[in-house]
Design a protein around this ligand. Structure first.
Ligand code: NAP
Length: 542
C-alpha cells in the first residue's frame, strides 16, 4: 500500500493492538479481552502458533518436556489437553495452541495473513497509528509486539538463491505440503538445533545427503517416549508440583542446578552425576547439572570433555568424528540441542559431511552449492537451516517510530537496549514481549517467561487505566541501569565469550550483546515485581 493510499484509508480504533499470534500473543490477547479491552491482533501467518505455525520442516519437535512447555494459566486447559509424547512434534504443539485459541474464542479477534508494517507514535494524541500490508490503519493507545525471538529468518546467507533449479527452502518457511525426498540428492546448510533435526530425520529418506557444517555442535540424546491415557492421568496429578517447581527454578523448568557446588564433589562423583543426567535425555544435563558450567572454565572444560567423549563413541569414522566434535567453545555456551540419532546419521553410506569452516560457501548455483575453493556440490533440494536474526529482527522489521520520529531499528542498530525487555526508552506505550534483555529461549522456558512478561505489561496497563494516565515509558537512567545490570550478569558468564545467535554474532554488523537475560527467572521476576510495587519507579507517565 502506498503512503498516499494509507492516508485515505479509514482509521479503526482499538483499545490495544497485539502483533503476533504465537504463544505470547495468544496469551496477551486473551488476558486483554478478560480485562474488557477491545483488541485487534495481527498475525503474518495463516494460523495461530508463531514458531509452531512456521517451522514445519521434517523432524521439527520441541526440546522441552511437554509438561514444562505449556501454559500454566488455565486449569481447564491443563485438565483437558493430553500430550502424546514427552517431547511433542511440531503438529502437536501447533494443535495445542489452536486448542487454546479455540477454547478462548481468540481467532475472531485475529487478522491472519496480515503483516504489521509500521507503527507511528503520535505525541500529541498519545496514540500509536499502526499500518498493515493489507491496508489496515488502526489507532490504539497500546501497541504490544509479541513478534517472536526466532521468527525473522536468515533466508539468503549467500547469493544465488534465485538461480537454483530445484527446491530451496529455509526451514521456517517450509511448504505446507509434504516434500518427497525419495531418490533425491539433498543439501542441508546449518547444524544448529534445526539442522540437526532435519538431518537425523531425512537421512534415511534421501538418496544422498550432504551436510554443510560451519560450527560443530554439542547435543544431548533426547529420550522421548509415548504418553498414553494413564501416563497423562499420572502427569496431571504432578502438575501442581511441576508448576511450583518451575516458577522457583533458574530457567523456568521443573529442574534446577540441584547437585550442589561443582567443587564439593570428587571427579568420580561428578562423573556419576553426568551419567545420571545424560540418561534423562533432556535439558537437565545442561540446565540442571552445575551452574559452574556457565561461569567456570575448568568446570566447563570437564563437562565439555564428557560430552565430546559421548559424541565420539557414536561416530564410526574417526575423520568424520573429528569434524563433528566441537572444540572451539564450551558446552552450554550456545543453545544445546537434543538429538535423536543425529551423529549416527553420519555412519550411513548416503550421508556426507562437508566442513565449510575454512572453505566457506560462496554461492548457490543452478545445480547446487559452490564453495570458495571452487568445489561444487550438486543437489535437487537445498535446505537452509541457517537460523534467525534473533531477538531484535522481527521487531526491527516493523518500521516503528517513537518520540521525535526515532525508529526502533535505528536505536538497536546502534546498541541493543531495552528496559527489562519490556519497554524501550523513547517509545511510550510500546510494549515488547520476548524482546532483548529479558529471559528467553532455553535460558528460560518460553511459556513461563513469555506469560510472565505479558502479565507485567497487562498490570502496567491496568495501572495506567486506573490512574487516568495515558502513557508510560522508561527513563534513560532506568534503561541505562537495566542494560548495565544485564551486561554485568552476562559478562560474568562464558556465554558472552562464545560467538552465537545468543550474542547476535550470526548477523553481520549486529551490536554484540547477550540477547537473553541470564540472571535467572526468579531474580528477574523479583526485579519486575519490585518496580511495580514501587509505583513504577524509573518510568515516566503522562
Ligand atoms: P542456528 O542455531 O542459528 O543455526 C544456524 C546454522 O546455520 C548454524 O550451524 C550456522 O553456522 C549455520 N550457518 C548460517 N549461515 C551460514 C553460512 N553462511 N554458511 C554455513 N553455515 C551457516 O539456527 P537454528 O538451528 O534454526 O536454531 C535457532 C534456535 O531455534 C535454536 O537455538 C533454538 O533456540 C530454536 N530451535 C528450537 C528447537 C527445539 O526446541 N527443538 C528446534 C529448532 C530450533 P554457525 O554456527 O557457524 O553460525
Amino acid at each position: 500500500m502506498m503512503k498516499s493510499e494509507e492516508a485515505m484509508a479509514p482509521v479503526a480504533r482499538y483499545d490495544a493492538v497485539v502483533v503476533g499470534a504465537g504463544l505470547a500473543g495468544l496469551y496477551t490477547l486473551h488476558r486483554l479481552r478478560q480485562m474488557g479491552k477491545n483488541v485487534m491482533a495481527f498475525e503474518a501467518g495463516g494460523g495461530v502458533g508463531g514458531t509452531w505455525y512456521w517451522n514445519r520442516y521434517p523432524g521439527c519437535r520441541v526440546d522441552a518436556q511437554c509438561y514444562n512447555y505449556q501454559y500454566w494459566f488455565s486449569d481447564e486447559v491443563l485438565k483437558e489437553w493430553d500430550w502424546s509424547e514427552r517431547f511433542p512434534s511440531q503438529p502437536e504443539n501447533e494443535a495445542y495452541l489452536n486448542f487454546v485459541a479455540d477454547k478462548y474464542d481468540l481467532k475472531p479477534q485475529i487478522h491472519f495473513n496480515t503483516r504489521v508494517t509500521r507503527g507511528i507514535y503520535d505525541e500529541d494524541a498519545h496514540t500509536w497509528r499502526v499500518y498493515t500490508d493489507q491496508g489496515d490503519v488502526v489507532d490504539t493507545p497500546y501497541f504490544i509486539c509479541c513478534v517472536g525471538i526466532l521468527s525473522n529468518a536468515i533466508e539468503a546467507p549467500f547469493p544465488g538463491r534465485e538461480n537454483f533449479a530445484g527446491l530451496v527452502c529455509h526451514t521456517s518457511r517450509w511448504p505446507h505440503t509434504p516434500v518427497d525426498f525419495t531418490g533425491k540428492r539433498v543439501g542441508v546448510v546449518g547444524t544448529g538445533a534445526t539442522g540437526i533435526q532435519v538431518v537425523q530425520t531425512i537421512a534415511p529418506l534421501c538418496e544422498h545427503l550432504t551436510v554443510f557444517q560451519r560450527t560443530a555442535n554439542y547435543t544431548v540424546p533426547m529420550k522421548n517416549y509415548r504418553l498414553d491415557a494413564a501416563a497423562n492421568v499420572a502427569l496431571k496429578k504432578r502438575y501442581p508440583g511441576i508448576r511450583q517447581r518451575s516458577y522457583a527454578s533458574f530457567s523456568g523448568f521443573d529442574f534446577d542446578f540441584d547437585n550442589g557446588a561443582f567443587y564439593d564433589h570428587t571427579p568420580e562423583e561428578r562423573r556419576a552425576i553426568y551419567e545420571r543426567l545424560w540418561k534423562d535425555g533432556s535439558f537437565t544435563f545442561w540446565l540442571g547439572s552445575f551452574f559452574e558450567l556457565f561461569v567456570d572454565e575448568k568446570a566447563n572444560a570437564e563437562i565439555s570433555d564428557f560430552v565430546r567423549e559421548k559424541i565420539r563413541a557414536r561416530i564410526k569414522d574417526p575423520y568424520t568424528a573429528e569434524l563433528l566434535l566441537p572444540r572451539d567453545y564450551g558446552f552450554g555456551t550456545r543453545r544445546v540441542p537434543l538429538d535423536s540419532g543425529y551423529f549416527e546419521a553420519f555412519n550411513r553410506p548416503n550421508v556426507e559431511l562437508v566442513s565449510v569452516k575454512t572453505d566457506p560457501i560462496e554461492c548457490i548455483t543452478e545445480t547446487g552449492l559452490r564453495l570458495t575453493s571452487g568445489r561444487e556440490y550438486e543437489m535437487d533440494i537445498l535446505v537452509l537451516a541457517t537460523g534467525f536474526d534473533a531477538g531484535t529482527g522481527a521487531f526491527a522489521a516493523i518500521d516503528i517510530h517513537g518520540r521525535g520520529g526515532r525508529t526502533l531499528k535505528a536505536k538497536w542498530d546502534e546498541d541493543i537496549r531495552t528496559t527489562l525487555g519490556l519497554q524501550v526508552e523513547g517509545f511510550p506505550n510500546l510494549f515488547t514481549i520476548g524482546a532483548p534483555l529479558a529471559p528467553s529461549t532455553a535460558l528460560c522456558n518460553m511459556y513461563l517467561c513469555m506469560t510472565e512478561q505479558a502479565d507485567w505489561v497487562l498490570k502496567a496497563i491496568e495501572h495506567l487505566d486506573s490512574h487516568g494516565l495515558h502513557t508510560m515509558e522508561p527513563t534513560a537512567e532506568m534503561e541505562d541501569a537495566w542494560v548495565k545490570h544485564h551486561d554485568a550478569v552476562a559478562n560474568s558468564t562464558l556465554v558472552t565469550k562464545t560467538d552465537s545467535w545468543y550474542m547476535g554474532c550470526n548477523v553481520k554488523g549486529k551490536p554484540r550483546r547477550l540477547l537473553s537475560y541470564i540472571g535467572g527467572s526468579v531474580p528477574y521476576r523479583r526485579k519486575c515485581d519490585e518496580i511495580r510495587a514501587s509505583g513504577y519507579q524509573g518510568f515516566i507517565f503522562s
